[in-house]
Design a protein around this ligand. Sequence first.
Ligand code: FMC
Length: 238
Amino acid sequence: MAPPQDGKAAEVKEESVPQRPISDVVFIIAMKKEASPLVEKFQLTEESNSLFPKGVPWVRYSGKYKDLNINIVSPGKDIVLGVDSVGTVSASLITYASIQALQPDLIINAGTAGGFKAKGACIGDVYLASDVAFHDRRIPIPIGKLSTGDSLDMCPHDETAIIANDATVKDMEGAAVAYVADLLRTPAIFLKAVTDIVDGDRPTTEEFLENLAAVTAALDQAATRVVDFINGKNPLEL
Ligand code: FMC
């Protein structure tokens, strides 16, 4: 799990972890385009009897894959704007609500991210983040390899904070999911596929949209490998 303050993403506190194989996994996925390939891969079905408060746009898919009960939870479309509710606010809320309702053994935050070529990231690479941190809170924080903020672009102030975080990838949800997972003592891992090169020459939005479909296929494959790997293991074996 990964508190944003001291940030080891895979760290699991021994006393709070059951000594049995992982059985319930919740994926937190921000965008429908990112979630759909995995919903198909694991043959999940959309749950209409929502565990969540009435009227929220949050979407939950569930089903069984190998020995695992898998849920994919997404924030759904913003009620006013009609776009995917990306970012830290929705990510925190659905992580909190999912942990409360489903008591998972493991949270997996899977999604796309910008990558830094200065750190060796290329389009389509998938990172299993070792650390996470926020970059736009203007609070001095130690090293984080995945840096999270509520903007797709990068202003000079954020750039300084992200470089201070020593980030290889930059997203809009990871550290928020880490914060809630840590709060509720639930192990979490972070799987991020690179759609755009943050320190490259191309406009982020253009590159992001161009690569989204192909890169989510890479994310889908990596997520399946992670799920196959965790199947039958207990959290301390990860
Ligand atoms: N910066 C921040 N976030 C992203 C990014 C970048 N260069 N590329 N891809 C993303 C992710 C975010 O986590 C959002 O869920 C979505 O894709 C962009 O709105």
